[in-house]
Ligand binder design. Structure first.
Ligand SMILES: [Zn+2]
Length: 708
């Protein structure tokens, strides 16, 4: 019996095929929004201003912009067409500047200020909206004397432009390093196959490796030669050179804007609306964690150095006592193989992408009461073709399961495979938020996962490393947050919560990738899928002498689970270093010290001091901040949030899910209490309600082996 496909109550998105249509849509929504706001300013006066006649019309404009801007700005991440990407960059810039323009409109500010002072009785989300809008207008310069507003507006416009250039340089980066066959000893065949230059001769094969994740990470894990990993890492760290000056310009402009508003620093301005509250609290958190991680870090580095020494000795080479950043992935893998019997390649054979993705969705169906209904498309039909931005993309209608009402939730897009011009990392993008429309009905969200895995073919599988599976869970976690949120206003939808909380739901979902039953359920040896894959495995498989079982063997999965926290202190200390750098450039003691700061040296110096890795003698050997996209893309003075959220993720998992990770009852309670609220409720209140107590760092410390 075939299950009848349900029809969503909202049309699926249609994607643009021409740059012109992106430009026209952008211009049209900016025009109509401007008219609506002019009308609001002209027809309402502060004396009669109320939430209903000021905030609701403003919200309608904001919701309308959010409905369009997400998609129009998305082509730059996903489209294969350079002209669409170019226009999408322009569209994003226009919307950013238009948002600044709105926030500088004094007539609107006076109306909002009047409502703010009126103290109307409002529901919780509306009150939060009012406070947020009031703060937005105030912090965009309307609290400034008129003479300063021009400069303030210039700063904001220039930040938007520089940010756009920075991101574009990253997206369009196509730098590479060439290697010979000898250089790449140990590197997996799929990397070699996909990077061999056409004009190579059999005598002199040349492989051109880009910095895309599907080239970079396997090579850093497996390339035997130090020199290869060093050359590749230095290439990686010195890419996007134009962004060095843009980065400096952006942090200086942010600093100037914050000081104009009366804040001591950009970090002070940013953290005022985050859970941490102040840069001092952030630094206290980071410093405490740093001292707690220190003994573990020393142990991790000692073990890795010992391994490096043994490894080099086995080849008759001497160890000079140095451990570099390009050694981490390689020796981490060797450590897992030697001490935990983890064979990543063998594990990957059990996680072909074709079966992992449905199994992962099945996991969420069971846990959270969701139903993912894949949309079959006929790409010879133009309408069907335009339902995505690329043929690789899968579309799902997402529903509540029948037992909890069977209501519609939204649309999920999966764009999993690597291709040129696409956003180079893994991320979740909200294409359209959910919200309540003026007629009281719901606008449903659309959300997209972008990854860069190798695309399987009929005779070659796309195998995921365990870390890829964790990454998929993480990004889908953001997607689920986006799909199940039930806020009134678009600005609070889904992951639009405090930046130092929004990673927690995704980080918690990573835990499911470390549970034996879930790993077993998700696994399926690729050789069992098709005769062609069986042939592939006979030639390339790790254990070609024994026919593998369909499910991952117990001893392999148990070894994997045991290895979860290997080098956790090192990993977390590296995140701490990046967080400390973020705070350093965004909370200088004074303007002068930021102007005088050599940011490249500071980035490398902090790595040396905090993580304790050795570096090349040249202090400017790399400029990793030039592609530290988080600090340009919304995590400025907020990168610490990755560590801060981990505390909550560990606490929630350990308190509610550790006994039975697949409990539907707990899964639904979590969905209702935390995920559905998005950013519409104070995050600490959500945590208290879900946990039934104040959150604490005990579970996080336990995971890291720290005794509290
Ligand atoms: Zn994330």
């Amino acid at each position: 019996m075939t299950v009848q496909q349900k029809v969503p109550p909202q049309e699926r998105l249609l994607f643009a095929t021409t740059a012109r249509s992106i430009a026209d849509s952008t211009a049209q929504i900016v025009d109509t929004s401007r008219q609506a706001l002019d009308h609001l300013g002209a027809t309402t006066c502060p004396q009669s201003a109320s939430f209903d006649n000021v905030l609701l019309p403003l919200v309608n404009v904001r919701n309308a912009i959010a409905t369009k801007a997400g998609i129009l700005g998305f082509y730059k991440e996903g489209s294969s067409d350079a002209s669409l990407r170019d226009e999408s960059v322009k569209s994003k810039l226009l919307f950013d500047n238009f948002n600044n323009e709105i926030a500088m409109q004094e007539d609107l500010f006076l109306l909002i200020d009047a409502v703010f002072k009126k103290n109307e009785t409002l529901d919780q989300e509306s009150e939060r909206l009012l406070r947020r809008e009031h703060r937005t207008f105030h912090d965009n310069g309307l609290g400034l004397p008129a003479a300063d507003r021009v400069r303030f507006s210039e700063i904001k416009t220039r930040i938007n432009k520089a940010t756009s250039e920075f991101r574009r340089n990253m997206n369009e980066e196509n730098e590479h390093v060439d290697f010979t066959t000898q250089d790449l000893v140990g590197v997996p065949a799929h990397v070699l196959d996909s990077t061999l230059l056409d004009d190579s001769t059999d005598d002199e094969k040349i492989f051109r490796l880009t910095f895309q994740p599907n080239h970079f990470y396997p090579t850093m894990r497996y390339a035997q030669l130090d020199e290869t990993r060093k050359r590749y890492m230095i290439g990686y760290e010195t890419r996007c050179a134009d962004n060095v000056s843009l980065f400096q310009e952006i942090v200086l402009l942010r600093d100037e804007a914050a000081r104009m508003l009366g804040y001591a620093s950009h970090a002070k301005w940013r953290t005022r609306s985050l859970m941490s509250g102040t840069p001092d609290n952030v630094m206290a958190f980071l410093n405490d964690l740093k001292s707690q991680l220190q003994p573990g870090l020393q142990n991790d580095l000692d073990a890795l150095k010992k391994l490096k020494s043994d490894h080099l000795a086995a080849q008759g080479m001497e160890f000079d006592g140095k451990f570099y950043v390009w050694d981490i992935s390689f020796y981490h893998r060797l450590l897992l193989e030697a001490q935990y019997k983890i064979d990543q390649k063998r594990i990957a054979e059990y996680f072909p992408i074709q079966t992992v993705v449905p199994a992962m969705l099945q996991n969420f169906q069971q846990l959270s009461g969701l139903v993912f209904q894949e949309v079959s498309r006929d790409i010879s039909d133009l309408t069907d073709l335009n339902q995505t931005w690329h043929d690789d993309v899968q579309v799902f209608d997402v529903w509540d399961s029948d037992e909890i009402g069977g209501g519609f939730l939204g649309f999920l897009y999966l764009d999993l495979y690597s291709r040129e011009g696409k956003y180079g990392s893994a991320a979740n993008f909200n294409l359209q938020p959910g919200y309540i429309k003026p007629d009281g009905s719901r606008h449903y969200p659309s959300t997209a996962l972008i990854c860069n895995f190798n695309k399987p073919t009929s005779d070659k599988p796309g195998l995921l490393n365990h870390s890829d599976v964790v990454l998929l869970f993480h990004e889908l976690g953001h997607g689920i947050h986006d799909l199940v949120a039930q806020t009134k206003y678009a600005c609070f939808h889904g992951t639009a919560c405090a930046d130092d909380f929004c990673e927690a739901p995704s980080q918690m979902l990573e835990r499911w990738c470390w549970e034996e039953p879930q790993l077993k359920a998700m696994s399926c040896h690729y050789s069992t899928l098709t005769p062609e894959y069986r042939d592939h495995w006979k030639v390339h498989g790790c254990t070609a002498d024994t026919v593998p079982p369909s499910k991952i063997p117990t001893e392999l999965v148990q070894a994997l689970v045991r290895s979860e926290n290997v080098n956790a202190s090192l990993t977390n200390m590296r995140a701490l270093w990046r967080s400390a750098f973020d705070m350093k450039v965004h909370s200088p003691t004074d303007r002068r010290s930021l102007e005088d700061m050599d940011i490249t040296r500071e980035f490398n110096k902090l790595q040396r001091e905090i993580v304790g890795l050795d570096e090349p003698a040249d202090e400017e050997w790399g400029h990793g901040h030039a592609h530290f996209s988080h600090l340009i893309g919304g995590y400025d003075a907020g990168y610490y949030g990755y560590l801060y959220s981990r505390v909550f993720a560990s606490d929630m998992f350990s308190a509610a899910f550790s006994k039975d990770p697949m409990s539907r009852e707990v899964g639904l309670r979590y969905r209702r209490t935390v995920l559905e609220k998005g950013g519409s409720v104070d995050e600490m209140a959500l945590l208290r309600e879900f946990l039934g107590r104040e959150p604490n760092s005990r579970a996080f410390h336990e995971e890291l082996g720290i005794r509290s």
